[in-house]
Design a binder for this molecule. Structure first.
Ligand SMILES: Nc1nc2c(ncn2[C@@H]2O[C@H](COP(=O)(O)OP(=O)(O)OP(=O)(O)O)[C@@H](O)[C@H]2O)c(=O)[nH]1
Ligand SMILES: [Mg+2]
Length: 475
């Protein structure tokens, strides 16, 4: 697999300024040689002037320089497109292999025609994430950095992007490696003591060993797990579902929060039939909000489908925004919704307060008073910031996070961290109880291996495949 040459269209489908084809592997430069003809056009020439006469084909091009020319079908001499080509020679490349990038005009027909030529010359179509997988297998990045690449691509907020960039920089990897180094030193001592049982006392200082495990590893492990619990929400965000009976102002709220006219708003009850999903963020927390059909008893078959979908959306929500309209007395539908979802994480939104006469108060049932409640007017933009504060507060659940130290494990890392922690607690207990050194060595080794899983040392093939399957083709 490693010696094959792979190629992919790296830019998304559709029209745009340019399209990029990436080729990686030992065949990249010969393939480029076969299909690229350099053109000496003064106005368009971007290459190093001094190398102009000497370097006529990609194999001899200067590495990491742009060359102007045309893609030509070698079988019939037909010109396909005007392009810029860069040949990047191993090992200073994304994959650590020879890489060629062709920038062409972005039309999908042209890009596909170039791809076809590249494949005919011996490359094969890259699998999703295969370029990054090669960067990992060839040792340029560790597994946490590979995962960060996909996080950078998927980041929906500046905060998520910062987190991904920190991980891409190798901060997570450095922390894990330091913990593994401490444990490897301890394991070496214990193994030496196993080989020289008469000198155990001199080789292993029990107190010092426990202290190093605690301070060098257990403490940072716990900190990382805490960071996951507190801040994974900054990475993954939360799901909100806006619910209520028809006409209370649910779609108006969605539009107000996402700041565009996304959902249809009318004074006719039953306007929204389908689920409408949008994303926005509150102080860097990514939010996916779903507007739902008004819930009530109805025989209208379209509304019934919408209402069923609404219930599904509510089941999947992290937080329910339950809206009522204070310009009307509560209806049985309002009460039913509250009763059904009262045990879920919920904010009670009393909307249309602009319609209440001065001094009048809208009374909610006594039993509802435990719910977090906000009074708003979507129409007049009253109370919306208060609502956002409440959403943020409930989402974070009172947890504080430190934006400066954004090394935040993902769920895969967290599970491995916990397993490593478990092995270490068994090890420290065994050490303090003077249990056989062989057993202690096994526990320490287990802790080292689980940390190794995070950065990808001896990690199982299926784990690697699963991680890279989340990527897009061309990355
Ligand atoms: N006065 C006033 N009217 C509002 C307010 N919010 C929404 N409305 C109006 O209430 C009506 C219904 O609004 P929608 O947002 O369509 O209500 P909905 O809950 O999505 O309704 P369905 O889709 O039918 O379930 C529209 O005429 C809105 O302009 C508000 O704060 N004050
Ligand atoms: Mg609606």
């Amino acid at each position: 697999m490693k010696n094959s040459t792979i190629a992919a269209i790296a830019t998304p489908p559709g029209s745009g300024g340019i399209g990029v084809i990436k080729i990686s592997g030992p065949g990249s430069l010969p393939i480029a040689d076969a299909i690229f003809k350099r053109t000496h056009s003064n106005s368009n020439h971007l290459s190093d002037q001094t190398s102009l006469q000497r370097n006529e084909s990609p194999v001899s091009f200067k590495s990491h320089m742009l060359y102007y020319g045309h893609i030509v079908n070698p079988d019939n001499g037909r010109m396909i497109d005007e392009v810029l080509l860069t040949s990047m020679k191993a090992p200073r490349t994304y994959t650590r292999e020879d890489v060629v990038e062709i920038q062409s005009h972005a039309g999908s027909v042209g890009l596909r025609a170039i791809m076809e030529l590249v494949l005919r010359q011996g490359a094969r179509l890259a699998e999703p994430g295969e370029f990054t997988k090669r960067a990992f297998l060839n040792g340029r990045i560790d597994l946490t950095q590979a995962e960060a690449v996909i996080d950078v691509i998927n980041a929906k907020t500046d905060t998520a992007l910062n987190m991904a960039a920190t991980q891409l920089n190798g901060q997570m990897k450095a922390g894990i490696e330091s913990m593994r180094n401490w444990l490897t030193e301890i394991l070496a001592e214990i193994e030496a003591a196993i080989d020289f049982p008469d000198d155990v006392g001199e080789i292993v200082d029990v107190k010092k060993t426990i202290r190093v495990i605690q301070q060098g590893v257990v403490q940072p492990l716990n900190d990382l797990i805490k960071q996951y619990d507190s801040a994974s929400i900054l990475r993954d965000g939360i799901k909100l579902s806006v619910v209520g009976r028809p006409n209370v102002g649910k779609s108006s709220l969605l539009n107000r929060l996402v700041q565009k006219d996304r959902a249809i708003v009318t004074s006719i009850p039953g306007t929204t039939r389908d689920l409408i999903e949008e994303t926005f963020n509150i102080n860097g927390i990514p939010i996916v909000i779903t507007d739902t059909a008004g819930l009530h008893e109805t025989n209208d078959p379209i509304e019934v489908i919408g209402i069923n979908k609404a219930h599904e959306s509510i089941e999947n929500a992290d937080l329910i925004l339950f809206m009522i309209d204070c310009s009307h007395p509560l209806t049985p539908a309002d009460r039913q919704i509250y009763e059904k979802y009262q045990n879920r994480k919920m904010i009670l939104i009393i909307n249309k307060i602009d319609l209440i006469k001065d001094g009048a108060e809208f009374e909610i049932p006594a039993a509802w008073k435990t719910a977090t409640t906000v009074r708003i007017s979507v129409l007049y933009d009253i109370g919306i910031n208060d609502l956002k504060d409440r959403i943020e507060h409930l989402a974070l659940n009172g947890i504080e996070y430190n934006l400066e130290a954004l090394i935040i494990p993902n769920i895969r890392h967290k599970l491995a961290l916990e397993e490593s922690l478990k092995a270490l607690s068994a090890a420290t207990q065994a050490i303090s109880e003077n249990r056989p050194l062989e057993l202690i060595a096994l526990d320490i080794k287990e802790a080292i291996d689980r940390l190794g899983d995070i950065i990808g040392v001896n990690v199982r093939e299926d784990v690697i495949d699963q991680i890279f399957s989340r990527f897009c083709i061309g990355k």
